[in-house]
Design a protein around this ligand. Sequence first.
Ligand code: HGY
Ligand code: MN
Ligand code: MN
Length: 428
Amino acid sequence: MRRARRAAAAPGGALEDAVEAMRRCDVLAGVSAMEGGIERVYLSPEHARANAQAGEWLELAGMRAWEDAAGNIRGSYPGATEDAPVLVLGSHLDTVPDAGRYDGILGVMIAIAVVGRLHAHGARLPFGIEVIGFADEEGVRFGRTLLGSCAVAGTWDEAWLDLADGDGVTLRDALAAFGLDPARVGDAALDPARVVGYLEAHIEQGPLLLDAGRPLGVVSGIMGAKRFDLAMEGEAGHAGGVPMRHRRDALLGAATAALAVEQVALAEGVVGTVGEMRVAPGAANVIPGRAEFSLDVRAATDAERDRAWARIRALAVEAAGARRLQFTESLRHVAPATSSERRLSEAVEHGISVATGDREPMELLSKAGHDAMAIAALAPYAMLFVRCGNGGVSHQPDESVEVGDVALAIDAFEAAILAVAQRWQPLA
Ligand code: HGY
Ligand code: MN
Ligand code: MN
């Protein structure tokens, strides 16, 4: 077995790899359903085109590329022996509406760049490598997130097939239209016994590395999240004829609840967001009879998350009562808080030290969700964060990274993977 040598990334090597990784992010930014912006949702024509393009890059890096039963694009790089287990690398290729070009995508390109280096040197590790471009981390189309990574983790729930998108297309029909068999999505699952672990590189999506002057960081864990569909039901009416005190204005009930989200989040030290609001019937001269809105609440622990939700819910019920409205709630998505695995994280820290010379890499709790939280059901994980520019913004077009930081990230990710290989004992 040829020992994996640290690929001698000539000074230009890392930068060249980084320039190419970012160029590929630019290419995928052009695979979009949105004029003048980036939008790529699950099982869309844009998803298919992104998979085809990513598949070419996986093959160029020496992997066998294939699309799995859930629509994830995957690349397999052999280990030293036929029966070698696999180390999984990856992130997601889908986006939010009007997205930035690096959220998820950069992590897949960093993983491909590292395997490309191993391939260029004919390196074989004690495990194979599987790079996955997950198909639906954001959950934009069907409301439930992490569908692609749940399929790989073996936690796919058949009940999700009845989820419908904004046009009433069910997940079942969308899978079939994409050329997949809705009854076979579970075939995408990996056997936990064959998985060494999961490493994900991702932009931080916040300002902490930027404020600390650090290009990279290691992730201690990912916040637990819950998403709800909430609604206030009142009575539509004439904007002129109904006296103010007689009104049952659903929008004002929803607005009071949204302000309660901010009040509770600040008080409890969690994060809460009302990102969607729909008002019916939606005319300037009609008092809103119904207001539907989303709630995304996250915390470092599930107990803190649930305590905040209980307080928000109580204030929403109070707001409804005060206006003689009907308050309804439906839980759309739950993701438990997870912690990264110590030895894999130590390998990531080692990689950061090798790449940057920083002996004390910065550790961060991720407030953003990632595919790692779904893969945690399958295997231990660790994550590498890359500094965001522009004040750390993400989920919008101003999302940015520095090419020098991406070069360091590729070197760090490679060194982390080699460290896992050198230290590797089957993780108990
Ligand atoms: O919502 C999140 O945290 C992730 O970007 N899907
Ligand atoms: Mn995102
Ligand atoms: Mn992401």
